[in-house]
Design a protein around this ligand. Structure first.
Ligand SMILES: [Zn+2]
Ligand SMILES: [Zn+2]
Length: 521
């Protein structure tokens, strides 16, 4: 018998945690962090306490009440063995966005992760740069132990080694990926041991069902849709779109998934007014293609007599490649942060991406020594460039900075310039404040702003994106309809959406599931 339980992601955008079981054994499809649940309780200065392990997340229902977690993350006051356990063979990660893999690191360490080579590489790069939330230590982790008399708190010993989790790639892992996964994330002088994650190609017979992965177009490289063939055929889209450069890949998946018994599909843009409350990188209202974004941004760079700042999502390397192309065509150089450069060189190990040697890496002023990953980011790519060089000829550069890099602009000290906001974020209340701050910074430097405007509303000013500077990572309603119609599944389960009504109005086979509801197929 086949059953399916959507533990999270059934009624909101992101946080997908879907369990598919066939004859007593199963796999998780993603194990992400639900941004809306998280931001309902937490903010930058109030976060779940890592020292309490899974305690805070479990009590607030951010993660399901199951006995499936790393034992070292269970404090003494959580009786985890009272919860049902699941027979989990593996977790399939569709792509390296937090709302799909952000809590994967909490799952029992014996559970291997399956993903595309690119996704596995990106997940390690993100860990190496220490850009993570509690629970996103997917490829390696340090085990904690109970501390204090009662064992309610957990700590990790300073010299405790990093231990890798078993990884399965969907295609034969290339030598570059294996080398990267084997690379210590710490400085050579560190005494911390590193037991790298074992990696192998997922082959027939590893799991009780057949799993095929298909690359799909999305706003991050490595995004994958899965088809699971056991007693029933289940197709899972992950996040996808049909208006980017790799639309043909999404269509190829649709043709392979044709006639599936069940289609679990994302529906981020199924409800058009979701810009207000969507988590992650949702941008439901525009229908702009990557080509339009290229042309709109190119026009700004071409006409700018001064520095251009390009602000886009850190993991959207496709957008970075676009700005590299625009910069070069307009006779400028592209300056990226060390973090961008590290992610680029990581991707380059798996598949050739932008010409690293043509990108300049911003040498931020800092008192402490460069960390291991920062050294590597510079060593493997283009040369370093400091604030003085940029301020002596600001019109020669396109600099990839975001709100969090505004302090560096105080060193560069531009006199006017053009700021391109090429991203789409959900404007939660907290973020509205950040955008108001960003606005002040841009006013301070006399920047012309493109892609973002401040609109006066009865209760103050609100940021709004301007059409043409960003293309969504998600399929429009029309594209969702086309792809789903092409697949013609017997049952459609919408996830990663609040647009269930649109699904129900458009298709006959829709089955809306509640969070945690077990569906027998
Ligand atoms: Zn997502
Ligand atoms: Zn995504």
């Amino acid at each position: 018998m086949v059953s399916l339980t959507v533990y999270d992601g059934a009624n909101g955008i992101g946080g997908n945690k879907i369990f598919v079981e066939d004859q007593g054994r199963g796999v998780f499809l993603d194990f992400g962090m639900n941004f809306s649940k998280n931001s309902a309780y937490y903010e930058e200065f109030l976060k779940p306490r890592p020292s309490r392990g899974i305690h805070d997340l479990l009590l607030l229902n951010f993660i399901p009440r199951l006995n499936i977690y790393r034992p070292d993350l269970v404090p003494a006051d959580i009786a985890v063995d009272q919860f049902p356990s699941l027979n989990i063979c593996a977790a399939l990660i569709s792509h390296a966005h937090m709302d799909h893999m952000g809590y994967m690191g909490l799952l029992n360490e014996a559970i291997p992760v399956i993903g595309s080579c690119t996704t596995l590489a990106l997940m390690k790069a993100m860990q190496d740069t220490q850009n993570q939330v509690f629970g996103s230590d997917v490829t390696y982790c340090t085990f904690k132990s109970r501390s204090g008399e009662e064992g309610f708190t957990l700590e990790s010993k300073r010299d405790a080694p990093y231990v890798g989790r078993a990884l399965y790639s969907m295609t034969e892992p290339c030598a570059g990926l294996v080398d990267f996964l084997n690379m210590r994330p710490t400085a050579p002088s560190s005494r911390k041991k590193f037991n790298p994650p074992p990696i192998q190609c997922l082959s027939c017979g590893t799991l009780p069902f057949e799993i095929s992965a298909y690359p799909v177009d999305h706003s991050i490289y490595g995004a994958t849709a899965f088809i699971i063939e056991g007693t029933k055929t289940i197709a899972y889209t992950g996040d996808f779109r049909v208006h980017g450069k790799h639309a043909d890949q999404t269509r190829e998946f649709a043709s392979r998934a044709r006639g599936a018994d069940v289609l679990i599909t994302e529906g981020t843009r199924a409800r058009r007014d979701d810009a207000e409350n969507a988590g992650g990188e949702a941008c439901p209202t525009n229908s702009v293609s990557e080509q339009t974004v290229y042309e709109t941004c190119r026009a700004v760079v071409d006409e700018s007599p001064a520095i251009v700042i390009a602000d886009f999502s850190a993991r959207n390397i496709e957008r970075l490649e676009m700005f590299l192309d625009i910069a070069q065509k307009s006779g400028r150089s592209l300056v990226a942060t060390a973090k961008d450069a590290y992610i680029l060189q990581t991707l380059n190990r798996v598949e050739p991406v932008a010409r690293l040697e043509e990108i300049l890496v911003y040498d931020a002023l800092k008192a402490e020594k460069k960390s291991a990953w920062e050294e590597l980011a510079v060593a493997s790519g283009g040369r370093l460039i400091g604030h003085r060089e940029i301020s002596s000829a600001p019109e020669s550069y396109v600099v990839c900075f975001s709100f969090y890099d505004m302090n560096h602009l105080l060193d560069i000290s531009p006199d006017g310039g053009d700021y391109i906001y090429s991203s789409c974020e959900a404007f939660s209340e907290e973020m509205v404040i950040d955008f108001q701050r960003l606005w002040e910074w841009l006013k301070f430097f006399g920047m012309r702003v493109h892609g973002l405007e401040m609109v006066r509303e009865p209760y103050g000013v609100k940021p709004k994106t301007v059409k043409g500077f960003h293309a969504s990572g998600h399929a429009s309603r029309e594209d969702l309809e086309e792809i789903i119609t092409q697949i013609e599944p017997k049952v459609i389960i919408p996830v990663h959406t609040t647009g269930h009504q649109w699904f129900a109005d458009t298709f006959e086979e829709v089955r809306v599931v509640q969070e945690g509801e077990r569906l027998e197929l």
